[in-house]
Ligand binder design. Structure first.
Ligand code: SF4
Length: 384
């Protein structure tokens, strides 16, 4: 398979389709030796079943392992760490990876428990999980989905699961895009299998899956993500880490060079409509260096308020107080009015937790709206 190729297959037989895709890609010809140490990196961001649109379907990973084992590969390890605030083990159990690993005798390394090693990469010092040093061939298995800060998350950003929690926080403090690009210069992904089955177009931890029943195989992570951005209705310039990664020589953003082929034929997929939900909800928020989980829980909490008719009253409260909901590490040690998470503990009002959960944020904001006595809040609150 050439680096410019993106192979796609549609259908609901995910395990069988993954095997067909890998046979077509001739993955085994890319693996240097059958005894080499192969790592498979799914996305287990949070304890959320794959059907919710956030985590990699086990059937896809089963297909990869069965393909590799049938071709005589002997050393296959799964590696992943959930986002800050959730335990990887909970995600492993919720998503069925404990059963999968037992079935295929493949060990699972929880990268949240791995020691960190420093790696200097093109002038940036990064901490990565030690286990990555023991990998000869890395197969990245991201979910193509939306992200409330970077808009799109797919192959490049999925490698964030291979760094320690503390480094994840630092990535957010650095604005995410630049360190994501440099992380991909530090860790080489050799092959990519994209779970484009039902990713959520707005939220990294799912909840609003958009079913496409597609699995893709590719080799160039920059091209893969540029194509993902296109499919999600974004111009590549709207996702700065794509250009940064191209500038570092990781791959190309030039979709003119992409050779997209659908197994079994069929029409090329049209870009999905941009939902705009994140943009609308984020009007209520002032975010500075927030962690994915913190921001990722706030937006669905606001969406729940919206569904209950409480977003408008909240916006009125924010407007009258001349403020927004502040979130992120940039507010540590600072004063303010309304804040989310322990970074805003110095504020007049804040939701405790690091990160607070979606329900905690939702309930606390609801309580705020109810206690505000805002005349227009009454009916909406009573209807809850
Ligand atoms: S409270 Fe601060 S450190 Fe904790 S998850 Fe939220 S942004 Fe990150």
């Amino acid at each position: 398979m050439k680096r410019s190729e993106i192979l796609k297959i549609y259908g609901t037989e995910y395990r069988e389709n993954t095997i067909r895709l890998l046979e077509e890609a001739d993955l085994i010809s890319l693996i240097p030796d059958r005894n080499c140490r192969i790592a498979v990196k799914p996305n287990l961001v949070s304890p959320s079943p794959a059907s919710f649109g956030a985590t990699t379907h086990t059937e896809v990973v089963s297909g990869i392992i069965e393909y590799l084992q049938s071709h005589g590969c002997t050393s296959i390890t799964l590696m992943e760490g959930s986002w800050v605030g959730d335990r990887t083990q909970d995600a492993v159990e919720t998503c069925g990876y404990d059963t999968l690993c037992r079935k295929y005798h493949a060990p699972f390394i929880d990268t949240q428990k791995e020691p960190a090693v420093s790696r200097s990469c093109k002038g940036m010092e990064l901490k990565i999980c030690r286990c990555v040093q023991d990998v000869d061939f890395l197969i990245n298995v991201p979910v193509m989905k939306g992200h409330c800060q970077t808009k799109v998350t797919c192959a490049l950003k999925n490698l964030k699961g291979l760094i320690p929690n503390q480094e994840k926080r630092r990535f957010h403090a650095m604005g995410l895009h630049k360190p994501i690009a440099y992380l991909n210069a530090a860790i080489r992904q050799d092959f990519i299998v994209v779970d484009h089955i039902c990713g959520d177009l707005d939220f990294e931890d799912g909840g609003n899956p958009v079913v496409r029943n597609c699995i893709m195989a590719a080799r160039d992570p920059v091209l893969t993500d540029s194509y993902a951005a296109y499919l999600m209705g974004y111009d590549k310039t709207e996702i700065p880490y794509l250009q940064l990664a191209e500038d570092l020589g990781i791959g190309t953003t030039d979709l003119e060079k992409a050779e997209v082929r659908i197994l079994g034929g069929g029409e090329q997929e049209k870009p999905l409509p941009k939902s705009g939900k994140v943009v609308e909800l984020s009007d209520a928020v002032y975010e500075v260096e927030s962690c994915s989980a913190c921001y990722g829980y706030l937006l669905p909490a606001l969406d729940r308020l919206k569904q209950e008719g409480l977003l408008e009253p909240l916006m009125k409260i924010l407007g009258e107080s001349d403020t927004r909901l502040c979130i992120g590490q940039g507010f540590r040690g600072k004063n303010g009015k309304l804040g989310i998470g322990s970074c805003t503990s110095g504020f007049d009002w804040s939701v405790k937790g690091c990160p607070p959960t979606e329900t905690e944020i939702f309930l606390k904001l609801k309580e705020l709206i109810q206690s505000s006595g805002h005349p227009e809040c009454g009916s909406a609150v009573r209807n809850c």
